[in-house]
Design a protein around this ligand. Structure first.
Ligand SMILES: NC(=O)c1ccc[n+]([C@@H]2O[C@H](COP(=O)([O-])OP(=O)(O)OC[C@H]3O[C@@H](n4cnc5c(N)ncnc54)[C@H](OP(=O)(O)O)[C@@H]3O)[C@@H](O)[C@H]2O)c1
Length: 261
């Protein structure tokens, strides 16, 4: 494959883990298409990455919470590029009493985390299948392994991402498209997330990860065809062995501290 002319698509690439993914891929001389919300200096970041790593970059500003926007994005991608890597990183969550959540809050989390991830993957799959070797990496979360009060919608959406990825991996295992999922714990990726993690106290800090290290490790493991990438083995084991009747109240009380603080 002429990797120079093929592209990796990274959603949510303007900041945080998505930006780290874009830089990590560019370091490996892979051309990037950065996707994020408008007015997030994506053009500047795209030019900066292109110059710094000497790769081709393009960018597309879009609100992924609207299905029609997702379809316009994927139509443009399919028309213009060969895609051999898709990283579904865009995602958002929050902490609040469910009663206080607005319809827009619930809708945006589900649309971006669940619907955009599924729809982008679905629409780009024919393009990926045409490449000699292609990869999909979906970003789930440690929260996928336990329901959590005061977060409710976000962990449920990330459980979907995990299950979707495992199922698709199995379905595509005899093709050239390799599907992987990562379930990171807390990362200080943006001021809002950092503030929330600080309020969670000991439990939040215990699992704290560096987004650049997470991105580099994920890319390395993706190319090694690791279908479930574990970036935080200690919390992974804790989440796997703790019964639900212990972890559900434990996680909920840690998260409740965010609201009370
Ligand atoms: N940070 C953590 O502790 C943590 C832990 C586990 C999993 N994760 C997951 O890791 C991924 C990246 O998280 P992060 O902490 O790096 O978050 P972040 O810094 O808030 O970045 C999220 C990215 O998604 C984009 N995005 C959000 N809503 C969007 C929308 N409606 N349309 C298009 N793009 C949208 C954002 O774009 P703008 O910049 O334009 O807003 C941003 O680039 C997410 O899927 C998150 O759930 C994060």
């Amino acid at each position: 494959m002429n990797i120079k002319e093929s592209y990796a698509v990274v959603t949510g690439a303007s900041q945080g883990l998505g930006k780290a993914f874009a830089e990590s891929l560019a370091q490996k001389k892979i051309n990037i298409i950065l996707v994020s919300l408008p007015n997030q200096y994506l053009k500047e970041l795209s030019e900066e990455i292109s110059e710094k790593f000497n790769v081709k970059t393009h960018y597309y500003e879009v609100d992924l919470s609207v299905n029609e926007n997702v379809l316009n994005l994927t139509e443009w991608l399919n028309k213009s590029f060969d895609i051999h890597i898709l990283i579904n990183n865009a995602g958002l969550g929050g902490t609040r009493k469910f009663l206080d959540a607005s319809p827009n809050y619930i809708n945006t989390i589900l649309q971006v985390n669940v619907m955009a991830t599924s729809l982008i993957t679905h629409q780009l799959l024919p393009n990926l299948l045409k490449q000699p070797q292609a990869y999909i990496l979906n970003v789930s979360s440690m929260t996928a392994f336990s329901p959590i009060g005061f977060k409710t919608v976000y962990p449920a959406s990330k459980t979907f991402v995990h299950s979707f990825s495992r199922g698709l991996h199995e379905e595509l295992k005899d093709t050239n498209v390799f599907v992987s999922v990562v379930n990171p714990g807390a990362m200080k990726t943006n001021p809002d997330v950092s503030k929330r993690i600080e309020k969670q106290g000991f439990l939040g800090k215990l699992t704290l990860l560096d987004p650049t290290k997470v991105a580099d490790y994920c890319i390395k493991q993706l190319f090694k065809k690791d279908s479930v990438i574990v970036v935080n083995p200690v919390s992974w084991i804790i989440m796997k062995i703790l019964p639900i009747w212990i972890k559900l109240p434990l996680m909920t009380s840690a998260i409740k501290k965010e609201i009370e603080a």
